[in-house]
Design a protein around this ligand. Sequence first.
Ligand code: PPS
Length: 301
Amino acid sequence: MGVRAIAQMELPPRPELFDFHGVSMVHYFTDNWDNVQNFQARPDDILIATYPKAGTTWVSHMLDLMYFGKSSPERAASVPIYERVPFLEFCVQGMPTGVELADKTTLSPRLIKTHFPVQFVPKSFWEQNCRIIYVARNAKDNVVSYFHFDRMNKVEPEPGDWPSFLQRFQEGKMVFGSWYDHVKGWWEKKKSNPKILYLFYEDLAEDMGCELDRVCNFLGVSLNEEDRSWVKQAVGFDAMKNNSMANYSTIGVMDFKISPFMRKGKVGDWKNHFTVSQNEEFDEQYKLKMADTSLCFRTEI
Ligand code: PPS
């Protein structure tokens, strides 16, 4: 059954969080664990790794267009992003798993998405010395985006109200675990692994041209001026929001009447959600949790 067929399917009730090797998860991302861990990466695979809601789709669409946009224009026009860039650990009944989609990809390089914390990445990616692009987003915008996503996505646990969601975020009781552990874990790994490029959502929002050049440099891709402008334009928020192959409107597990996948795409939207006291309390905890890292985020640009 194709991924899009899920639109017609009845989904079971919302999943519960449970502890999985020390990380909060739901079964949709652990049910295929053995196949995921035994996944055979190829040396030219490119892994796009993120904490959920940090800009995965943005960078996935960018990379897909960079590599295949001009050579296979029909691909971007007719294949949704979740098939062009398989989500490795995804395993929802009635839909192809991420591993199945990746295994049947014949194009090269394969672009593969994961939300795993660094310690969950299948070992073949390290053995094959694959290039990895990690995207991180500031915690405040990340948690706001995650809240709206969990409201509308039926394969996520019930979000509850905003104050309790924020509390859970601080405790790391989110699908894929603690934002703090995730961004710091990948940051540490990057220090000893030159095959990891660590990007920030805020930098992409501020200067896409510059970040696109960094990505091209890292991957050894050279785009002529015309293609560079074309990719830049195609990954703009409005262009992606209006593109049914990039905006997840073809997947049935999400209810866009509650909130669209391409929601606001802003840096600083957290200011519309945090109360003054929530912000003060958040800052206090943030300082403690980030005291042991050199990693710095911008919450406005
Ligand atoms: S997921 O479900 O984890 O794969 O989601 P992810 O793609 O990582 O994150 C979704 C958020 O990224 C925003 N987004 C963009 N912002 C600016 N420009 C572009 N082109 C873009 N594409 C995606 C998307 O709107 C979600 O953020 P919020 O803040 O909810 O709008």
